[in-house]
Design a protein around this ligand. Structure first.
Ligand code: GRF
Length: 218
């Protein structure tokens, strides 16, 4: 098996935090070799912060308007993440665009989950976009965050059929259930050292294969 180390992760969330909860539940169920070291929110009232406190995890609320620039704001986020020894940053319902300060501090080590099959339906209200477009399938995507929105290399995806009578809300609820399975699984692939970014592609080594040698056999 690949050497698995307990990945210290930091979670950024702006809202309810159900993806944070899914990560915490996966850790507790020994399905995910990670530890959430800190939860940072840009919204002081975010329920994600309550979820962190219930799990006795340090929680930081940083209001953007308290900082003169986005750089100053993200420097505070980076400081908190470094303070708690975070290796991998997981955006979980984080509603801000990641800037160069945060990206530069964690190059290729920020993941995001998006409720659509990227590159389809990037941005806000992805579920409504899918309904209004008449898509027969949508789903969710875990991807590496880069300097563009919902654009970085794709780690994994799950498709969800759009039902004839779906509304954006009913579709969002079904996709959310898949997100809660997909995100912990994607982080576990990172924990097992099975991900290798090659340009736009994220190649996933089979279980037990050392990614350092994997892929050079051709
Ligand atoms: C989820 O659909 C996620 O894909 C999007 O924000 C929604 C809420 O996430 N980024 P959560 O319940 O706050 O984790």
């Amino acid at each position: 098996m690949n050497a698995v180390h307990t990945v210290p992760i930091g979670v950024l969330a702006s809202g309810n935090g159900t993806n944070l909860q899914a990560i915490l539940d996966a850790i507790d169920a020994h399905r995910l070799d990670a530890a959430v070291r800190v939860v940072v929110s840009d919204a002081p009232g975010a329920f994600a912060l309550e979820r962190a406190q219930r799990h006795h995890i340090p929680a930081r609320a940083l209001e953007r308007k308290a900082f003169a620039t986005k750089k100053d704001f993200e420097e505070q986020i980076v400081q908190a993440l470094h303070h708690y020894g975070v290796e991998l940053v997981c955006l979980a319902g984080y509603m801000r665009i990641v800037g160069t300060t945060l990206l530069g501090a964690f190059p290729r080590r920020i993941l995001n989950i998006h409720p659509a099959l990227l590159p389809a339906f990037p941005g806000l209200d992805a579920q409504r976009q899918a309904i209004e477009y008449g898509a027969k399938f949508s789903g969710c995507t875990v991807h590496v965050v880069d300097e563009e929105t919902d654009h970085g290399p794709i780690v994994c995806q799950v498709a969800v059929a759009v039902a004839e009578d779906d509304t954006a809300e009913t579709l969002a609820q079904r996709i959310l259930k898949e997100e809660h399975r997909l995100y912990p699984a994607a982080i576990q692939l990172y924990a097992e050292g099975r991900l290798r970014i090659e340009g736009r592609r994220v190649r996933i080594a089979p279980p037990g294969i050392n990614p350092v040698t994997w892929g050079n056999e051709r």
